[in-house]
Design a binder for this molecule. Structure first.
Ligand code: LLP
Length: 385
């Protein structure tokens, strides 16, 4: 599926803005549903943090997928956008009391709990409301992932999850307290993971933990393996849809399930990453001492990933096909790191040319800020243009 852009329509819209290809999103959701349904008990939640645009959420909720939230704000928005509360899972290393209460009041599917203290607080708040909170314990599996250091989460020194050595004692605590129902275990090793061996290593660790728990007579109904499947930032045209088949097969092959156990996935980037592009207009082309700069009207406030993680996003000139020249594509913000790409070859860029910064559907609009008193970028769905 090659993405085409309605460039004529783009000319009439204020830049910068996000453009979301609904056909690609629908096709991606269809593939996920098809591949997951080949395996008994596989349940997919969309990780809302990747893109919380209401129109995107409305489209995803229609497929019946659940939602993975990390804040009260995300829970509220998911409820507004058609996700049923019983399909919402709520993770986060620092849940405030009002956020826990919101989850309790709406009877969400479960809280992914990250410490013993949090477990006690949820128990207390649930008791006050006369409710029983369903809980998965988030375990830090101490499994590394081959990805950027800022987006690994499963290493011993990361702040996420319960350290392996404390798992038995917290499980005993969870089984004893009155207003908690321990329904499962939760894991997440990181994001933008391209190597299936990393997920295989996670499966091996989960198998060991389950064996150990079984010896202690503990059995849980749900295993949540988190998210993390990456996308091809270098070649979004060649790989518009991630390889969900290999992804789910890796778990089918390596994760040992107990009878009737369900496996939950929390996929973000792989669902929405490739369907989005940041569309920006060229303001100036400037010759530096040795480099040429294409200065565009989008900046790191609109798409933070290149500045924060040195992330690579492919850039396409939508306005012309002239001879190639080398450019540093930079934004207008007063920071040296406000650079989208260095020394990229683009058809000769002129003032007014529209550029598409590709693979920006995940962690683009959702991480935008108003730094420099800029406007937040609008997201447009292809269906509405
Ligand atoms: N579940 C948990 C517990 C998570 O922490 C995350 C992402 C996900 C699921 C979804 O992961 P995904 O399938 O999208 O890889 N802003 C960074 C990515 C941060 C990911 C945070 N956690 C970026 O732009 O690369």
């Amino acid at each position: 599926m090659i993405q085409t852009f309605p460039t004529d329509k783009f000319r009439t819209i204020d830049t910068p803005f996000y453009y979301y290809d609904c056909d690609l999103l629908r096709e991606t959701l269809h593939v996920i549903e098809e591949e997951a349904s080949k395996h008994k008990g596989y349940i997919v939640h969309y990780a809302v943090k990747a893109n919380a645009n209401k129109k995107v959420l409305n489209l995803i909720s229609q497929t019946g997928m659940g939602a993975d939230c990390v804040s009260g704000g995300e829970i509220q928005r998911c409820l507004e956008c058609g996700f049923p509360s019983e399909k919402i899972v709520y993770a986060g290393v620092g849940k405030a009391d009002w956020e826990i209460n919101l989850g309790l009041d709406n009877d969400i599917f479960c809280f992914n709990v990250e410490s013993e203290e949090e477990l006690e607080i949820i128990n207390k708040l649930a008791q006050k409301r006369g409710k029983i909170a369903s809980v998965c314990l988030r375990i830090n599996p101490e499994v590394g992932a081959h990805t950027h250091a800022n987006i690994t989460t499963g290493l011993a020194e990361n702040k996420f999850g319960i350290a392996l050595r404390y798992v038995p004692s917290i499980i005993s605590a969870a089984l004893e307290i009155t207003h908690i129902n321990l329904i499962g275990l939760h894991f997440h090793i990181g994001s933008q993971i391209m190597e299936m061996q990393d997920f295989q290593a996670l499966c091996a660790r989960i198998n060991d933990i389950q064996d150990d728990l079984e010896k202690r007579g503990v059995k849980v109904e749900n295993i949540n393996v988190g998210g993390g499947l990456g996308i091809d930032y270098n070649d979004p045209e060649g790989h518009p849809i991630p390889d969900f088949q290999s992804y789910f097969n890796t778990f089918a092959k390596h994760l040992k399930l107990r009878k009737e156990q369900k496996v939950h996935f929390e996929l973000g980037r792989s669902v929405v990453g490739q369907m989005g592009s940041l569309i920006t207009r060229t303001l100036y082309v400037k010759q530096g001492k040795s480099r040429q700069f294409a200065i565009v009207d989008a900046g790191m406030s609109d798409l933070l990933r290149p500045a924060l993680y040195q992330a690579h996003h492919r850039i396409v000139n939508l306005s012309n096909t002239d001879d190639l020249q080398s450019y540093d594509v930079v934004g207008p913000i007063c920071e040296s790191s406000d650079v989208f790409a260095k020394e990229v070859s683009l058809p000769t860029v002129h003032r007014g040319d529209l550029l598409a910064i590709r693979s920006a559907g995940a962690y683009g609009e959702s991480m935008a800020s108003q730094y420099n008193c800029r406007k937040l970028p609008t997201g447009y769905m292809s269906d509405e243009l």
